[in-house]
Design a protein around this ligand. Sequence first.
Ligand SMILES: Nc1nc2c(ncn2[C@@H]2O[C@H](COP(=O)(O)OP(=O)(O)OP(=O)(O)O)[C@@H](O)[C@H]2O)c(=O)[nH]1
Ligand SMILES: [Mg+2]
Length: 367
Amino acid sequence: MEAVILIIVLAIVLIGGGIAAFIHGRGSATIEAPPRPKPAPKPAPAPEVDDGDGDVITLEPEVEPEPEPERPATFRDRLAKARSALSGYFGSILSRGVDADTWDELEELLIKADVGVPTTMAVLDELRAEAKAESITDSQVVVDRLKTKLTERLGGHDLSLNQDGTPAVWLFVGVNGVGKTTTIGKLARRETSAGTKVVLAAGDTFRAAAAEQLEMWAERADAAIVRADEGADPSSVIFDGIEHAAAVDADLVLADTAGRLHTKTNLMEELRKVRRVAEKGAGTVTEVLLVIDATTGQNGLTQAQQFTEAVEVTGVVLTKLDGSARGGIVLAIQNELNIPVKLVGLGEGVLDLVEFDAAQFVEALFE
Ligand SMILES: Nc1nc2c(ncn2[C@@H]2O[C@H](COP(=O)(O)OP(=O)(O)OP(=O)(O)O)[C@@H](O)[C@H]2O)c(=O)[nH]1
Ligand SMILES: [Mg+2]
């Protein structure tokens, strides 16, 4: 009997211990100790390579660049490429007094920068005559005068809004892929931030997803958008955009159009119609902006000629100047067609659009 009692007691003790252990086990699972912080991984040793001469060199690891704070681009800090491409010339010219080579080198420099032959010749002839008349021998004086002359030729030009309370319409035209839609997006953001009420009109009904691209920019800029299905008549979409802008008391309509080659007669005819119809709406077309890719070079002049013949271009937007040393095309367009450059694109970001500033532009281009 005693043995039976002992076995029962033992069994109770064992079962109780098991339950306690089980409960403790679960408890410890729910209040799990925080994992010990892992030691920071040791940086991998910089790879070493043989440089071909038997010497071993250590490659420095690439450092992730810090994200740039949002701020408007400037000519000076974004035109690094243009500066490095042309600065060699000035170094050479300034290292000596004015001589026959000075004029050849200046000519070469201006033509390389896409200023164009007629404009280059006109400016240098003027400058050479002055240098002779005033016996200028200091090359720094010649270079400074050249910059002043180029700046004067470019002048300053504002974009115009409508004064009578009806919406102003800015029509964007140009060949394919130059940056029309991106420029509209950047401008929309700039204008809405300044308190202007903006409507975007998706007049590119030709390229697949063009309206979606513009819609994305409209969202970013907090601007309204009027769009239609692919294949719709671009004139009517832009007309509807203007009517909508007038109805909601908007100040500005930024109208996108499909990229087109300036040599395609039927497409240029379509553009003529777009402008005609836009003028019939409740607003006024105050700007027809031709977007030109700065990397295009002298062909930009031909584009400007053809587009202005069709739709009377009021200004140029020079895009992608961040990737080109050849922004001199604006001087050629200004001089030969009397069309001023009004805006400059200096990158793909929303803030990478600046008003054209002739003095800064010339300084950056020829620094
Ligand atoms: N680096 C740089 N890229 C730009 C600039 N402006 C536009 N781009 C880029 O150029 C490409 C074409 O831009 P879009 O705005 O689609 O050109 P688009 O003229 O509307 O083109 P289509 O409608 O097809 O004729 C895009 O990848 C843009 O991000 C600029 O100022 N600098
Ligand atoms: Mg486009």
